[in-house]
Design a protein around this ligand. Structure first.
Ligand code: GUN
Ligand code: ZN
Length: 440
């Protein structure tokens, strides 16, 4: 006779979106007295506490009532070298890049500076409840390797790659296509598929990459299995005009990337604030995703994101903080910004709490082509978990005490929740962050 299954039961109200709430009105699954059974780093069961307890009598129970369990948050667009330029307000994309972002990115040539930045960057992700992120690395291979090494030490699920450019930035940030190819291939060999790490081929954007550089990226994608891809697309009108000048043969911005076969599942295009209908249809047909970065779009004045058009065209969408063009590491805050800006945008979509949770979790997993592994609490997936606990006497605590539905709680978590509420974060069941002084 087999012995009863052990493992750990986490008992708390829990919420997740195992289905897509843009197309399924009953996508949110939530339990006031919920339980997750974790065994060997995986979700073994998810449901009512009484049911899970009865089915797993030998499991230990961790009582987390007083807080809320969500799937780990997923950030699908963020730049690690830009940690220290957060808050540079008052510029638009191209002048912000030239005056703030690129000088700081050049500092990543100094490895000790890059290592310290990577350590603090990853700590910031974890302390905001993010368990997986698609990250722009540095223009330098050693600094990008430092990010991967630090992510492995902390245990976060990081998809990243060296940023590639060979024109129009500043000379220190340019590589030759040959060097870009060789150094990227070496990083792929070291890090792609190592533990929780994956590699993403990362041309900065078409503006800073010649066709020869894009061919080098295409070769990397062709020669290695399972790579992800990330870049920027249709972010600002001035950028789009420059792309039209640099690639006169391309019908639109996306056509540049299509020419090198970059669209498809596991490809994530950041921003896409100004797409044509045709670009949306082609993105949807390819299975590529768009990372919506509402704080950055507002801070840099890039424009209102046409979320309704993306959803109606069937384009996969997720959230990105876009540190440092954005305003911080909180994906919950990014959800709130998405909600607020959609309230004001022409033909904006009034986002429901379930849709916000989906964009912050499962939508990110789909964008990264990791939906079979993370993004919700379906049994068999990795136990990537965020435990949020409203601080005593906080406005959030006051709201959730009175809330008569978990949807209402979820709306309050997005509105009032931030890193101050992040009590514990686990990846594959193992803590990667615990709030200091928190006895849970
Ligand atoms: N386009 C090219 N590089 C960048 C960057 O660093 N941030 C943003 N927001 N857009 C970009
Ligand atoms: Zn960006």
């Amino acid at each position: 006779m087999s012995s009863p299954k052990r493992g750990e039961i986490l008992r708390a109200p829990l919420l997740h979106t195992p289905r897509n709430p843009f197309f399924d009105a009953r996508a949110l699954e939530a339990y006031w007295d919920g339980a997750l059974l974790i065994s060997d780093g995986k979700i073994e069961a998810c449901g009512e506490y009484s049911t899970v307890r009865a089915n797993y009598p030998a499991a230990s129970v961790t009582d987390l009532r007083g807080g809320f369990l969500l799937p780990g948050l997923i950030d699908t667009h963020i730049h690690f070298p830009q940690l220290r330029i957060l808050g540079g307000l008052g510029k638009e994309l191209l002048s912000w890049l030239e005056e703030l972002a690129l000088p700081e990115e050049a500092r990543m040539a100094e490895l000790s500076y890059a290592c310290e930045t990577a350590r603090r960057f990853l700590h910031a992700l974890a302390s905001h409840g993010t368990t997986a992120a698609l990250v722009f690395g540095a223009h330098f291979a050693p600094a990008t390797a430092a990010l991967f090494e630090a992510a492995e030490r902390l245990g976060l699920r990081i998809v990243s790659g060296m940023v590639l450019s060979d024109r129009l930035l500043r000379p220190e940030l340019h590589q030759t296509p040959d060097n870009a190819y060789r150094e990227s291939a070496a990083l792929i060999g070291r890090f792609h598929g190592r533990g929780r790490l994956l590699y993403a081929v990362t041309p900065r954007f078409a503006l800073s990459t010649s066709e020869t550089m894009l061919e080098a990226c295409e070769a990397l994608m062709r020669e290695h299995k399972g790579l992800r891809f990330q870049t920027h697309l249709n972010e600002s009108r001035a950028e789009i005009a420059e792309i039209a000048r640099l690639f006169p043969w391309a019908a639109d911005y996306l056509a540049v990337y299509e020419r090198f076969h970059f669209t498809g599942p596991g490809a994530v295009f950041a921003h896409n604030v100004h797409p044509s209908e045709s670009e949306l249809d082609r993105l949807a047909a390819s299975g590529a995703a768009v990372s919506h970065c509402p704080s950055s779009n507002a801070a840099l004045g890039s424009g209102f994101f046409p979320l309704r058009r993306h959803v109606e065209a069937g384009v996969k969408c997720s959230l990105g903080t876009d540190v440092g063009g954005g305003t911080g590491f909180g994906i919950l805050k990014e959800g709130l910004q998405a909600y607020l800006l959609q309230r004001l945008a022409p033909k904006g979509l009034a986002l429901s709490p379930a849709q916000l949770l989906y964009l912050a979790t499962r939508g990110g997993a789909e964008a990264l082509d990791l939906a079979n592994e993370v993004g919700d609490f379906t049994p068999g997936k990795a136990a990537d978990i965020l435990y949020l606990r409203p601080p005593k006497d906080s406005p959030l605590a006051a709201v959730v005490e009175r809330a008569d539905s978990l949807e209402r709680v979820l709306a309050a978590l997005f509105t009032l929740g931030d890193s101050i509420c992040v009590s514990e974060v686990r990846v594959e069941g193992t803590p990667v962050y615990c709030a200091e002084g928190d006895d849970n």
